[in-house]
Design a binder for this molecule. Structure first.
Ligand code: DAH
Length: 338
């Protein structure tokens, strides 16, 4: 029995030294200390010993049990420590790793341009107004003094929804809508979408305009020039020159197309301005008395001026975009440049 105890002790220590994880350790503990384990089995044999042998073997058995218990505890602690270290290593966060930045969206260049235009006219006391994109023929054409046989009414230019309802071809109808609801004085700009059957490097079927309307007593054409000159300098730089070319619009009389000195060559003449030194940026004029009549204003009591500009045109000049269709392709490589 003495030999058996010594052998169990030696076996246990040998097996213990080979244990590498807590599950194996537990299995080993059951093998030696369990109710049907090797130690218990030997201890049950104590009854067969003589009275002289029993205390000696008993003492030895206790020593072996204590020795092994200590050894198991030691290994248990070592394994626990190992497990904890493994877990800490696995869960470690490398705080030196650069983070993944969230992708931030930005305003589309067209929106940025509208914001800028709004800010400039806001500084001159203009308020923002709007109107419907689906418009009645009456506001888009008739009330703007546009005759029934005017080419702009043609199906080739205008997107009709029914015989009388259409997608507005410009923001000008908001002039009449606003005057119907408000008394003079009026000082508004109208940023918004417009639609035309047109598609090339400088036209997209959906595009943006900013309309302007100022109505009061004794408004003069020179005030129109002053307001637009101030706008051009703030938008394109202090050195920007401006010129008015006589033109025709049904809703203004007199009318003009307005050019600024070319932003690329400063007026010397280059490819961008086709050698002229000038870039057209908008149409403008004194509000036609007939338009006042349609809006139930008395042309004898008020005068005013109006203007309308294409936002894509302004943006392409400001940013140097040769083909405005790029604005609507949603290519991030293009959009990220703004
Ligand atoms: N509505 C015109 C267009 O789309 C632009 C325009 C010209 C607006 C003269 C005006 C204006 O208010 O006075 O081409």
């Amino acid at each position: 029995m003495r030999e058996e105890l010594k052998r169990i002790e030696a076996d246990a220590l040998a097996e213990l030294s080979a244990v590498t994880n807590s599950a194996d350790l537990e299995e080993l503990r059951i093998k030696f200390f369990g109710r049907k384990g090797l130690l218990s089995t030997v201890m049950r044999g104590m009854g067969t010993l003589t009275d002289a042998e029993r205390p000696v073997i008993g003492k030895l058995a206790n020593e072996v049990r204590q020795h092994l218990t200590n050894a198991f505890e030691e290994v248990g602690e070592r394994l626990n420590r190992q497990d904890r270290e493994k877990q800490l290593a696995a869960e470690a966060i490398d705080i030196t790793l650069p983070g993944r930045r969230p992708q931030l969206g930005k305003k589309h260049p067209i929106t940025q341009t509208i914001d800028h235009i709004q800010q400039i006219f806001g500084g001159m006391g203009f308020q923002v107004a709007d109107g419907p994109e689906i418009e009645h023929e009456y506001y888009n054409f008739d009330a703007l003094n546009t005759p029934v046989d005017h080419p702009a009414r043609d199906l080739q230019d205008t997107l009709y929804i029914t015989d009388e309802v259409l997608l507005r071809t410009h923001t000008s109808p908001v002039q009449v809508r606003f005057m119907e609801k408000h008394k003079p004085p009026i000082r508004i700009i109208v940023p918004g979408k417009a639609y035309r059957l047109d598609y090339d490097v400088s036209h997209t079927p959906t595009f943006h305009q900013v309309e302007g309307l100022l109505v009061d007593q004794h408004v003069t054409f020179s005030e129109l020039k002053g307001v637009l000159q101030s706008f051009a300098r703030q938008m394109f730089g202090d050195q920007t020159a401006m010129r008015f070319r006589p033109h025709f619009f049904p809703f203004t009389e007199p009318s003009a197309e307005v050019d600024i000195s070319c932003t690329v060559c400063s007026g010397k003449g280059c490819r961008t301005c086709s050698g002229t030194g000038w870039l057209e940026i908008l149409g403008a004029g004194a509000v036609d008395p007939n338009v006042f009549e349609y809006a139930n204003y008395s042309p004898n009591e008020v005068t005013g001026f109006a203007f309308g500009m294409g936002v894509e045109r302004i943006a392409s000049i400001s940013y140097g975009i040769p083909d405005i269709r790029a604005l609507y392709e949603n290519d991030l490589r293009f959009l990220r440049q703004f």
